[in-house]
Ligand binder design. Structure first.
Ligand code: B12
Ligand code: SF4
Ligand code: SF4
Length: 292
C-alpha cells in the first residue's frame, strides 16, 4: 500500500522543481553565453485516475498509456492504489523568444540550442523528480524516458504513447491552440514534462471551459497569426498538418543541425511573434467575433 504524503509534500515538490530549474547548470546555454534556457516553471498535479486519461484512448489512440498503465509497465509487481501525475511547463527565456521572432524561414541559434540542450535539461529534471520520489519511498516513472515510450507514425502524422501536453491539460496548465501548441498562462513557447507516481497529490483544478479555451481563433475566429508565421504552410484554418511540419523540420531545416552542432533543430516560428507567445491572449479572447 502506498504511504500517505504529508500536507507539506505538494509544496515541497513545487519548490524542489523551482529550485532545480533556477539552480541547475544544465539550464544554461553553455555553448552560447551561459544565459538561462528556461524561466521559472509552472507545476501542477493531476489525478492519474482522471477520466480524461481514459478518453485519450479515443482522442489520441488506444496505444496511449493511462498513468496506471505507465506505472504498471515500470513496476509490474507493484500493487498501486493512489496515482498522480506531476506535470510542469518550462517557459522559454525572453531573449531566445525574441531571437526567434525576427526569423522568417528557420529558427535562431538560441532556439535550436533550446530544443537540443533544453530537452536534455528537461530529462535531467524528469530523472531528478523520479529519484526524489523514490527516495521518499514512492514509485515513480517518467513515461517519456521509460523503455516503453514510443513515437508512432499515423496517417495524420507523428504521435506518441505518452503526450506531455495532454498530461499538462489534465493538470489544468493550459489548453491547445490552432497550431497544436499548448497555451499556458506563460504562453505557448515552452517545453513540458511529467512524472507518474503513487504519491497521493491534490489535483490542480482545471479552470478552462474547453481544451481550446486559450486560443482566440478557436473561440471567436480572431487571431490566426500562426497561419502566416509557418514557413511550411503547415497551419491553416483547419489546424496543423503534422506531416508537413515534420517534413519541413527534417528536410529544409536539416542543414541547421551541422551549422549549430545539434541533433535536432526544432523550428517553433509558430510559437514566437504570435499573440500567445508568452501569455494567454485575453484581449483577443474577449472580442465578440461571430463564429465562421
Ligand atoms: C511527435 C511530436 C512532434 C510532431 C507532431 C506534433 C503534434 N502536434 O503532435 C512534430 C514533428 C510535427 C513536432 C513538432 C514540434 N514540436 Co514536438 N513533439 C512530439 C512529441 C514527441 C509527441 C507529441 C504527441 O504525442 N502528440 C499527440 C497528438 C495526439 O497531439 P495533437 O494531435 O497535437 O493533439 C490534438 C488532439 O488531442 C486534439 N483534441 C481533439 N479533441 C480533444 C479533446 C480533448 C479533451 C483534448 C485535451 C484534446 C483534443 O487537440 C490537440 C491539439 O490539436 C512531443 C513530446 C511528448 N511525448 O509529448 C513533442 C512536443 C509536442 N513538441 C514540442 C515542440 C516544442 C515542438 C516544436 C515547436 C519544435 C521545436 N521544438 O522547435 C514543433 C511545433 C509543432 C506544432 N505546431 O505544434 C513540445 C510542445 C510544447 C508546446 N509549447 O506546445 C513537446 C510537448 C515536447 C516537450 N517535451 O515539450 N513535434
Ligand atoms: S497564434 Fe493565435 S491562432 Fe495561433 S495558436 Fe496562438 S492564439 Fe491561436
Ligand atoms: S508548424 Fe512546424 S514548420 Fe510551421 S512554424 Fe510551427 S514548428 Fe515550424
Amino acid at each position: 500500500m502506498a504511504r500517505v504524503a504529508d500536507l507539506e509534500t505538494p509544496r515541497r515538490i513545487v519548490e524542489d522543481i523551482e529550485n532545480f530549474v533556477s539552480g541547475h547548470r544544465e539550464n544554461r546555454l553553455l555553448e552560447i553565453d551561459d544565459d538561462v534556457i528556461f524561466q521559472s516553471p509552472l507545476v501542477a498535479f493531476a489525478s492519474g485516475d482522471d477520466p480524461l486519461f481514459s478518453q485519450y484512448k479515443e482522442i489520441i489512440g488506444d496505444f496511449h498509456f493511462t498513468p496506471r498503465e505507465a506505472l504498471s509497465a515500470a513496476f509490474p509487481e507493484a500493487v498501486v492504489d493512489s496515482i498522480s501525475v506531476i506535470s510542469w511547463v518550462l517557459p522559454i527565456e525572453g531573449r531566445t523568444r525574441r531571437s526567434n521572432r525576427v526569423r522568417e524561414l528557420s529558427p535562431s541559434l538560441r532556439w535550436c540550442h533550446t530544443r537540443h540542450w533544453g530537452e536534455k535539461f528537461n530529462t535531467a529534471l524528469r530523472d531528478h523528480m523520479v529519484s526524489f520520489l523514490k527516495e521518499e519511498g514512492f514509485l515513480a516513472v517518467a513515461p517519456f524516458t521509460a523503455p516503453f515510450f514510443k513515437r508512432l507514425s499515423m496517417p495524420n502524422g507523428p504521435t506518441s504513447n505518452w503526450s506531455e501536453r495532454h498530461a499538462a491539460y489534465v493538470a489544468g496548465l493550459g489548453t491547445f491552440g490552432l497550431s497544436d501548441g499548448f497555451i499556458t498562462p506563460r504562453g505557448i513557447a515552452h517545453r513540458c514534462g511529467s512524472v507518474v507516481t503513487n504519491l497521493p497529490l491534490p489535483p490542480t483544478p482545471r479552470a478552462y471551459a474547453s481544451h481550446v479555451a486559450n486560443c482566440p481563433f478557436l473561440v471567436n475566429r480572431s487571431c490566426g497569426e500562426c497561419i502566416d508565421r509557418c514557413p511550411a504552410g503547415a497551419i491553416t484554418a483547419k489546424g496543423h498538418d503534422k506531416n508537413k511540419c515534420q517534413d519541413y523540420i527534417r528536410g529544409e531545416l536539416a542543414p541547421l543541425k551541422q551549422r549549430y552542432n545539434v541533433e535536432i533543430s526544432g523550428c517553433g516560428l509558430c510559437q514566437t511573434r504570435v499573440p500567445c507567445e508568452a501569455g494567454i491572449p485575453t484581449q483577443l479572447l474577449a472580442r465578440n467575433h461571430p463564429p465562421a
